[in-house]
Write a protein that binds this ligand. Sequence first.
Ligand SMILES: Nc1ncnc2c1ncn2[C@@H]1O[C@H](COP(=O)(O)OP(=O)(O)OP(=O)(O)O)[C@@H](O)[C@H]1O
Length: 719
Amino acid sequence: MTAPVHETAVRATGVLADFNTSGVLAVADVNVAVSIAQLCREPSPDNTLALALTVRALRGGSVCLDLTSVAEDGFDVEEALVDTAALPWPEPGRWLQGLRESPMVRVEPTADADAPAPSGGGVGTGPDDDEPRPLRLLGSRLYLDRYFEHEESVRSQLLRRRRATPPGVDLDRVEALLDRLFDRADLATDEPNWQRIAAANSVLNWVSVVAGGPGTGKTTTVAKVLASLQALHEGRLRITLAAPTGKAAARLEEAVRAESARLPEDLRAPLSGLTATTLHRVLGWRPESRTRFRHDAAHPLPWDVIVLDEMSMVSLPMMARLLEATRSGTRVILVGDPDQLTSVEAGAVMADVTHADSNRQPVPVDDPRWRALLHVHADDRQPSPRRTTPLATDGRVGAASNGTPGALSGGTTDPAPAGAPGALSAGRSRIPDLQPVAAAGSAPAQGTAAEGPGETVPPSMSAVVRGVVELTHTWRFGHEIGALARAVRAGDAEAALAVLRAGGDHVGWVEADLSETDPVAFPELRAVVQRTGRSVVDRAREGDAAGAVSAMEQHRVLCAHRAGPFGVARWSHTVEEWLREEVPGYGEEGEWYLGRPLLVTANDPEIGLYNGDTGVVVDTPRGAQAAFARGQQPTIHPLIHLDAVQSVHAMTVHKAQGSQFGEVTFVLPPLESALLTRELLYTAVTRARERVEIIGTEDALRQAIQRPVNRASGLRQRL
Ligand SMILES: Nc1ncnc2c1ncn2[C@@H]1O[C@H](COP(=O)(O)OP(=O)(O)OP(=O)(O)O)[C@@H](O)[C@H]1O
């Protein structure tokens, strides 16, 4: 294989030219960096290189560049990993010192990095001069100024809300409401009711995070939170439901409606008019500006409660915009799956917030938030056994050390003194292990509930007290898809391969190298494609829009790449060929043939269609029109309104985020692909409701599971 030839920038010289010709820096990175360096009279090529690499990092979704690890990070060039060991990296210490003295850089005082920010989401102090400086240096992390401000804004807004006096609620009423809404019917005796704990957190905090994979009950929990809040506030709260895409918003609205229909009549009624919309719409999208919205700090949003679903797809700049436009007296409930692929734009806010370093820091037992949580989970009427074995200390709330979702980390139980502080909830396992952790040097508090100075809440509850609960019990697919997803998420390649090798009704693995194998070799895939494709066309020709949309979601081929043997283009072509063979007259009516599956490729808020929405051309009394999934009934759009659509016979995993399909065939990228990551595989697997089939080699599977996405950001450390 010959090495690819990369476009070289005319302005690249010295070290910039070396990075440019290797393909690590694109022409645009070099040109931006050289222009800014000239404007700032920056004499150092190494500093200009750091700027160019920061611009490049942003393109890859990182918020900043960590100068101490950048040389070891994998770089992808045209979706393949390149070996950067031979490049002339500056020595990190000297590089950092040079940047501290650079006219392009404002140095942030690291000592203040975790201090509460001044009001207004402001940034830290820099050099005395007022000269605009395009870069910020915080420790070893280099940011473009604007992205530092986004990160600082999100950090300060979250911390301010966390440190504010919590919302005033009657804790006895909260407890009574949670008692009505949550039962333990389907939980094992010793399994804590994490949904109840998550709900309590969302009621008791200004900002809360309900994290979890598909089917773990996030929406169910949110519906119950909203019902509780309305009951506590006599139905007067103004609530909005938001999601990053139109499709995700439609799913959220439908799911909240379905879950609230199961609630007791008096609690359900105040939720009847709830609708979900896109985050852009909530903020007041303005066609003339991509970055400015109608709502901002000066024109805050009117809502008392904002639920933001599919948080993993929300970028850092959008999160900053939302929090800046949110009044301090608004509850913000962030919902999503931190293990999924991150937003297309920079940042990994959901993962950073869920796994923030501070979530592992000890919390004193007299923390009022912990006290409130104990209160609403108290059941001192029922003294009962309590645990003495410590909880899992990996910071993963709800996960057991043995990997069993939602289970505690095994162990014996001892009787606890009834009514003693800290023994409150054990009767119904509402909160696991309430036994405080003794301060260093003092005797361990085994089997006692006494609290002394310096004692802290159990380590696995630290994140909970900070408003973060991760649900891990899967209620939807209790079969092999769940087991596979858990193994991938845990980075356990052996367990994942065991599930795949065992096969069964819900998972399958075709061990094949696609650079050598023709799709013709996959008769089972061909059969699924032809069966679902025929069903789509039949429904579309009959004018059954809902049937066609639902048939379309029965099966989807997902790829990581767009081009090449593993890419969407090749697989779309193959699927189309198979459909032509199967369905008489397929695609012969011209561009807008009945049954043509459509993918929206750009947001169009004016007609309510968003990038990633899928639909199908169907027959209607007004001729051929396009139907798109929206709740129970699809929306119908005249074809003339569709500006940015393409056929979707196969799609990228990124585009499929926020959607689920009956069956998924995932074309695993090759070993050398930079896209081959744990999050990619996890996201692909969890798009399937009933069956997932993976096509790829064992080596590629192992590589994916062992390589988590590494997006540089300071948020995780600084929250
Ligand atoms: N505690 C529970 N007991 C029994 N069934 C439950 C429980 N919680 C949720 N479910 C059911 O599990 C299914 C999935 O729940 P839900 O839609 O709330 O999950 P989710 O995490 O929001 O999923 P997704 O991310 O895919 O939207 C629903 O059918 C719901 O009724």
